[in-house]
Write a protein that binds this ligand. Structure first.
Ligand SMILES: CC(C)(COP(=O)(O)OP(=O)(O)OC[C@H]1O[C@@H](n2cnc3c(N)ncnc32)[C@H](O)[C@@H]1OP(=O)(O)O)[C@@H](O)C(=O)NCCC(=O)NCCS
Length: 411
């Protein structure tokens, strides 16, 4: 079947895209929450549709972000929607249209692309590698070991979305932290939160720290979907707000903030787990590696890679599976090739192979995971096709001793 892909045009496509989102179960009703589909597409930097009989049946979109890598910040394009209608499934539209979107991100100069996946495997075909395990923690807020609040927070609502977005972007940045830069995208996410509410604090006239989430009925669960803070005092103050709801709320669900072990702040977590195991409000912690990322520009990524470990030179034979999903006339064909790599205080990639260096063979999927610190070279060599002689793997492990990357922003 001939592929007809083009840029999303609101006047022509919005009705069809709402229908796609309805068929995907992303909205419940075209008339009510269907209005947010328009906002989501307006908040996108790039959006494409695939047509059947001149009607959009598959839609993909991407928004601007940044990612923290040690002390550096990288521009990053985030794929925030890949959707296919009921009549266009399993025809390759979604894969090829997403590949086209990724090529446009690369041509626009983004060094990185990332996404939240529906399943492992689909985006692997486009060179995306799986991130590290993130933890969803469900706990009884009464078991938090933090003190009660010492001052009342301010109620936050949709009208404060701009201030919340600013606070999210200014929050403490760990290795891997992501900010999505569109305030409209953030506002739309908030509007899509059923029974959404926020609690926060202002310092020097600016929202400094807050939580945003939703709560069901009288007893919860209370689900925290966004949390922003800049230091320990602010973080503990936000937890004290959760604890303060414990007379009514039996369960809080939260994506564990990167680099904090929430269990440290819970009283008798194993007892709680045992006591609530089969209950409605169980105490549990579930790990899932649900986001993926890929390098689009190897030179740009390595130019801003500053590592403390011993310096290392090696050849890299890089494969990139996206090539087979791109049309033959695509100018960008992925980043497969032979490179000479230097990793260290100053890192670089050169488009050559040097005869006297050992060689690392990897797909861009696995190389991205190693570079970001999701898993070490030695670990990836066990569970994936990444390979090198043992001596090189060991030296890669020593040079790329990175903190685990956590996004801190679910999308
Ligand atoms: C996700 C979605 C876009 C995929 O659409 P689709 O029509 O199946 O996609 P395509 O036809 O382009 O690709 C399907 C092919 O991808 C490959 N594929 C899909 N899932 C895979 C997986 N988990 N592992 C490996 N390959 C996979 C297969 O080759 C499959 O074809 P096959 O089953 O005939 O072998 C569609 O199911 C959808 O719209 N879902 C609802 C919205 C959603 O969840 N979007 C994803 C957000 S991250």
């Amino acid at each position: 079947m001939k592929r007809a892909f083009r840029e999303f045009v609101e006047e022509k496509d919005i009705k069809a895209v709402k229908q796609i989102w309805l068929e995907c179960g992303w909205i419940k009703d075209i008339e009510t929450d269907g209005i947010y589909v328009k906002d989501y597409f307006q908040a996108s930097e790039d959006a494409l549709v695939a047509l059947i009989n001149d009607e959009a049946e598959c839609a993909v979109k991407s928004t601007k972000g940044i990612m923290q890598y040690l002390d550096e910040r990288f521009d990053m394009a985030a794929i925030t929607g890949v959707t296919t209608s009921r009549i266009s499934r399993k025809l390759g539209f979604a894969r090829e249209l997403t590949a086209e979107l990724v090529a446009r991100q690369a041509n626009a100069g983004y060094p990185l692309s990332s996404l939240g996946m529906f399943e492992q495997g689909f985006y692997d075909q486009l060179g995306f590698g799986t991130g590290c395990y993130e933890h969803w923690i469900k706990f009884d807020p009464a078991t938090l070991t933090v003190p009660n609040p010492t001052r009342p927070p301010v109620r936050l609502g949709i009208k404060d979305s701009q201030a919340m977005h600013t606070a999210m972007c200014a929050r403490t940045a760990n290795h891997g932290s992501v900010n999505l830069l569109s305030p409209l995208f953030y506002e739309t996410e908030m509007k899509m939160t059923e029974n959404g509410f926020g609690l926060g604090f202002f310092e020097e006239g600016k929202l400094s720290h807050f939580i945003w989430g939703k709560s069901e009925g009288e007893n919860g669960p209370l689900v925290v979907t966004f949390i922003a803070y800049k230091n320990k005092t602010q973080f503990l103050e936000l937890l004290s707000l959760l604890k303060a709801q414990a007379d009514q709320i039996n369960q809080v669900c939260i994506l564990e903030p990167g680099h904090i072990q929430l269990q440290d702040l819970l009283k008798q977590p194993f007892r709680s787990r045992g006591m609530t195991a089969k209950g409605q409000f169980s105490h549990e912690s579930r790990a899932a590696a649900y986001w993926q990322i890929r390098i689009l520009d190897l030179y740009a990524c390595l130019a801003k890679t500053h590592l403390n470990g011993p310096s290392l030179n090696f050849n890299l034979t890089l494969s990139d599976p996206i090539e087979s999903s791109l049309p033959e006339d695509s100018l960008w064909r992925g980043i497969a090739g032979d490179y000479a790599i230097t990793l260290g205080t100053m890192s670089s990639a050169e488009p050559v192979h040097q005869t006297d260096l050992p060689t690392l063979k990897a797909s861009v999927n696995e190389f991205t995971r190693m570079w970001l610190g999701v898993r070490s070279a030695s670990e990836l060599a066990i569970s994936t096709s990444l390979s090198a002689e043992p001596g090189l793997l060991k030296r890669l492990d020593e040079t790329l001793r990175l903190p685990k990357p956590f996004l801190g922003w679910d999308y």
